[in-house]
Design a protein around this ligand. Structure first.
Ligand SMILES: [Zn+2]
Length: 53
């Protein structure tokens, strides 16, 4: 059951993996912005969407 974290702005999958990560960790991994649309992500769960599938 992988965890998927997507950018709320463009829907790009920022992180996908079996290891559960917090929104803050994932945002730090990509340097604080979405690699696709360049949107600055606050260190907040409000800028990303976390799904499990
Ligand atoms: Zn984006």
């Amino acid at each position: 059951m992988p965890q998927i974290v997507v950018c709320k702005s463009c829907g790009h999958t920022i992180y996908q993996g079996v290891e559960l990560k917090s929104a803050e960790e994932v945002i730090q991994m990509v340097g604080g912005q979405c690699p696709k649309c360049g949107r600055r992500l606050a260190f907040s769960i409000e800028d990303v969407e976390i799904r499990s599938s």
